[in-house]
Design a binder for this molecule. Structure first.
Ligand code: TYD
Length: 143
C-alpha cells in the first residue's frame, strides 16, 4: 500500500562549530537513484503547492529552510507530516497524492526525484487519481 511506504528518513548531519552539513547519496540515504533535484522557494504566504501524484516518480522532500506541511493521500487514507528540519526527508512513493501548504516565510522545499521531469507522468486530475487507487495495487518489481 503506497501510503504505508511513506516515511520520514533521518539524514546524516556533520556537526561543526562553524555549522552543520548534510550530504546525500542516491541508493544510500535516499532509496533510489537521484535523477533530478529541484526546489521551491519564494512561496507566497497562504498558497498550497502540489495537488498531484506521480505515476512512476519517487521523491524525497526536505525542508532545507523553514518549514511546511505535507498532506499525503491514497484513496480514503491520509497522512500529514510537518517538515521543519534540514536533516529529515520525507519519502513519497509513486501514486500517492501530495499537497503542500503552511509554508513559513523564506522556506525552501528541496525535492530529490528518481526521474527527469515529464508532464505525462503526472496525475493532476483528482478523479483520475481516485480511480487509480481503486485498481489493485501491484508493486513494481526490482529490475
Ligand atoms: P509542479 O510540479 O506542478 O509544481 P508543484 O507541484 O510544486 O506545485 O510544477 C510547476 C511548474 O514547473 C510546471 O509548469 C512544470 C514545471 N516544472 C519543470 O519544468 N520541471 C520540474 O522538474 C518540475 C518539478 C516542474
Amino acid at each position: 500500500m503506497p501510503l504505508s511506504d511513506c516515511r520520514l528518513i533521518s539524514l546524516p548531519k556533520v556537526q561543526r562549530p562553524q555549522g552543520n552539513l548534510t550530504a546525500l547519496h542516491g541508493g544510500a540515504e535516499i532509496p533510489f537513484r537521484i535523477e533530478r533535484v529541484y526546489w521551491l522557494y519564494d512561496v507566497p504566504a497562504g498558497v498550497y503547492r502540489g495537488a498531484h501524484s506521480h505515476r512512476t516518480v519517487e521523491t524525497v522532500l526536505i525542508a532545507a529552510m523553514g518549514g511546511f506541511t505535507v498532506t499525503l493521500s491514497y484513496g480514503e487514507d491520509r497522512a500529514r507530516f510537518t517538515l521543519r528540519r534540514p536533516d529529515v526527508g520525507l519519502y513519497v512513493p509513486p501514486l500517492v497524492w501530495r499537497e503542500l501548504d503552511d509554508f513559513t516565510s523564506g522556506s525552501v522545499c528541496l525535492v530529490l526525484a528518481s526521474e527527469r521531469y515529464d508532464e505525462a507522468e503526472y496525475i493532476r486530475d483528482f478523479g483520475e487519481f481516485m480511480s487509480q487507487t481503486r485498481k489493485p495495487f501491484v508493486p513494481s518489481q526490482p529490475a
